[in-house]
Write a protein that binds this ligand. Structure first.
Ligand code: IMP
Ligand code: MG
Length: 186
């Protein structure tokens, strides 16, 4: 088996660029919520790396919980509506909620999870994504905090997967074309 990094055809965002943007995003969020506590909700698995790094840039107090959602089977395009696999346990009534995902693509995942959170009666709800693929929205949705706008290509790394692989890569990249839909993973 080859090392995951060898399967990358093209780097879209380097490790150093991610690190720099994380500092800026942290500052933006600290400023937006100054003097308040924030309930951070991470959409996992995709957001785990981003959230882990981002919350360590925050000086405001936070509570952390996760919601586990699956919208992809092992392919490079959405094949089903987002499915909630594990629900939020934190009481969000009256809370300032910051919902975080790895990438905003069709908008279905963030729109669905936002609905669920709104039903829990938060004082406010904002969203933050590392990546925004600006071309492919099927529902109207814009995030409040965005790391990078990227072209409409399937990317992996820094939490983003293909068939649960490549999440560990410290950068965001595009897989070699011959690896994007290997028959044994379909
Ligand atoms: P949306 O519901 O279409 O906005 O997609 C959001 C979810 O799809 C994210 O949480 C990701 O898990 C997944 N996703 C969308 N685009 C990509 C990609 O380019 N690479 C890996 N996962 C992606
Ligand atoms: Mg995924």
């Amino acid at each position: 088996m080859t090392a995951p990094i060898e399967d990358i055809d093209k780097i879209v965002v380097t490790e150093a660029t991610i690190r720099k943007r994380l500092t800026e995003l942290g500052e933006e969020i600290n400023l937006a919520y100054e003097g308040r506590e924030v309930a951070v909700i991470a959409i996992i698995n995709g957001a785990i790396i981003f959230v882990a790094d981002l919350i360590r840039q925050l000086s405001i107090p936070i509570q952390l919980d996760c919601i586990r959602v699956s919208s992809y089977r092992d392919e490079t395009s959405p094949v089903q509506a987002p499915e909630i696999i594990d629900r939020i346990r934190l009481d969000l009534a009256g809370a300032d909620v910051l919902l975080i995902d790895d990438i905003l693509d069709t908008g279905n995942t963030l729109a669905r999870v936002s609905e669920i959170i709104k039903e829990m009666g938060p004082a406010s709800l904002k969203t933050c994504v590392l990546l925004d693929k600006h071309t492919k929205r099927s529902v109207e949705f814009e995030a409040d905090f965005v790391g990078f706008k990227i072209p409409d290509e399937f990317v992996v790394g820094y939490g983003l997967d293909f068939a649960e692989r490549y999440r560990q890569l410290p950068l965001i990249g595009i897989l070699k074309p011959e690896l994007q839909n290997p028959p044994e993973w379909a």
